[in-house]
Design a protein around this ligand. Sequence first.
Ligand code: SUG
Length: 463
Amino acid sequence: MTAANQTGTPTATEANFDGLVGMTHNYAGLAAGNMASQNNAGRISNPKAAALQGIAKMEAVAALGVTQCFLPPQERPAIWILRQHGFTGDDANVLADAHANKPHLLAQCCSSSFMWSANAVTVAPAQDARDQRTHLVVANLKSMPHRAIEPPCTHTILSAVFADRERFVVHQALPSSAQMGDEGAANHTRFFDATNSQQPATHFFVFGIDTANPHRQPKIHPARQTLQASQSVANLLQLDLAQCVFAQQHPDAIDQGVFHNDVVAVGNASTLLYHQDAWLDHDRVMDALAERVGNSFCPLAVSRDELTIAEAVSTYLFNSQLVTTTDGTMTLVCPSEVEHHARARAVAQRIQQDRRNSISRVVYLDVRESMRNGGGPACLRLRVPLAPHSDSAPATKTLQGIHPGCIFNSQRAAQLRAWVETWYPDQLTPEDLADPMLLKRNRDALDALTKQLGLPAIYPFQG
Ligand code: SUG
């Protein structure tokens, strides 16, 4: 996101980090409670198309004036996890044995789920933290075994990307106890008043279950985020609790496929676009947000008559990115599924035409490969607010201590496209996941990428 400084040059206030899609992107039906994941289980995937869609998305968002960055993929198959489960021998043996005897475990070890970087960490910028450093808390993702593999590598990657210890603190994930399910930024929104830098930011944490008071919980699908985890994250972020609002997801929404809050709500600055049935105690939540965020708070509710929760889940209207563009207005970056759904498109148009809010434009992007696993535009990006009054622009190599190789621009786009074209398969079937050549190819590709980006060794195979 950008704002204009006195000379009219855009000054970055937020960087968006998209997760690059991995070479083993596939549809294994691993995520209970995620309708798209369940409905597309077993489908043939297109890793190359998926990765190219992700790069095209970054280009489109960067063209809006957003400071765009990216995170490299993790290594898959996670052969070390298979070894932890007792598979032995050389890599080819381990893969063949796992494929024959534990195909579900192999699928878990092959997921490209790290691409949804909104689940990587929760972030609070230096200006909100007591020690004036930017804090990133890695999410433990303990609810889903295929996602619980991600945190150690996420920590290593983020420590390399945000290596400046004066500015950034990258925290390890919370312990994976039953009380501590944490899914990262997908369940967190930071509100601030863009016209008044004196007004403290508000941190909105949404959880699925309070383990100390569990009677209000979904009946069919798991609640992934606990209140206890959200509270610990707020603590680690060094936030003033007076500026935090905690709200519980509506259990019925979870049971209809709202596995993360970002499936039914998106915020930017002091605007909040949300579904009427997103949270329990709706009125209390809105009062608390209005009080903390202040006069500029602009809630935009979508009623169940306009769009049901089921329609929100199938179209991902709320999983759009809401970004401030160089002219100071906001653009809603929706998945093309919204454009192709008459009622969802009508909601987007209604919001765009309503002059009482800042949203002046809607754009549609094709991220279908990711959508088929339940990941829309907002899932694919992690927002990292930057320190105010920065004079560093994304094209320079000094964007507030962020590793320069991970800053996206047109040269980088061309480089990433060429890399994907060289290495990624066009198609993957479940059988292909056991091919030892895929493991080797992925390592060679990741090795080539980290060298191109000037990153240190970040993968287990790089020793
Ligand atoms: O955790 N899907 C991911 C989608 C994550 C979306 N992120 C946000 N809403 N922020 C998940 O459910 C499916 C993998 C599979 O079935 O192969 C998956 O993990």
